[in-house]
Design a binder for this molecule. Structure first.
Ligand SMILES: [Zn+2]
Length: 257
């Protein structure tokens, strides 16, 4: 996938990095990423991925901009309250980088549409704000054999992890959180609050994990949970393990129990 003169200029600060170079930039251009959720996490992830030159982006969000979103979602302006987040985010991407082919899906992700919407992507980045949706996105990613980058922020805590639950012996998001939250579709962010600057920190960290996985530098982060505490400012890493009895990625024998 050759880069034009404009792209060589645009991505010059990437291409000069030995770990990225022209080959890495071409991998970014070849990548097709679905971002589910254009809220606090998405508002950081989407500009970062567009700027980095991800070739194709699909943005899935059924919500409209609300006044209370503006504290942490710099993709949107006061004058845009009431408008579709997916459409606004896609317009932002098109303005920011004309080399990105962006698709807006102004729909809430559901068990009925998750598989057709997410199939064909190289990576799914989940920045939604409730467990039921996160489990649905994760189960769909595992079934489709697509790596999942999961990012969440609440109050002062952030967590980010790359999952390859479709690979044998690797944990999926469901291995991590279990089955108890399938019916939990409440908006925990609204109930508990979240520091606006935290969502940007966590979202940008998620974009970094996505980019390093696609370019292929550094060690494989899959299966490691990255936790950030905005009060102590500490990052911690936890190694997650696959649950053999996981109903999504576990072995059929184990899930019979
Ligand atoms: Zn699992």
């Amino acid at each position: 996938m050759a880069l034009s003169d404009d792209e060589l200029d645009r991505y010059a600060r990437h291409i000069v990095l030995p770990q990225v170079g022209g080959v890495g930039q071409q991998r970014l251009k070849a990548a097709n990423i679905a971002v589910v959720g254009a809220g606090g996490i998405g508002a950081a992830v989407i500009p970062a991925l567009a700027g980095a030159g991800i070739g194709r982006l699909t943005i899935v969000d059924g919500d409209s901009v609300d006044l209370s979103n503006l504290q942490r979602q710099p993709l949107y302006r006061t004058a845009e309250i009431g408008q579709s987040k997916a459409a606004l985010a896609a317009a932002f991407v098109a303005d920011r980088n004309p080399h990105v082919a962006v698709t807006a899906v102004a729909e809430r992700i559901t068990p009925a549409n998750a598989e057709p919407l997410l199939a064909g992507h190289d990576m799914i980045l989940d920045g939604t704000d409730n467990f039921a949706t996160r489990l649905l996105v994760s189960d769909t990613a595992t079934r489709l054999g697509i790596p999942l980058l999961s990012a969440a922020a609440q109050q002062f805590q952030g967590q980010v992890a790359l999952f390859r639950g479709h690979e044998a012996g690797r944990p999926c998001y469901r291995c991590f959180v279990g089955d108890a939250f399938d019916a939990d579709d409440c908006d925990t962010c609204a109930e508990l609050g979240v520091l606006g600057a935290l969502t940007a920190t966590v979202g940008n960290f998620a974009a970094l994990l996505a980019i390093r996985a696609i370019v292929g530098f550094g060690t494989d982060a899959a299966g490691t949970l990255h936790l950030f505490d905005g009060t102590s400012l500490a990052w911690r890493q936890l190694r997650l393990v696959a649950d053999p009895a996981c109903k999504t990625c576990g072995s059929p024998d184990a899930t019979d129990r």
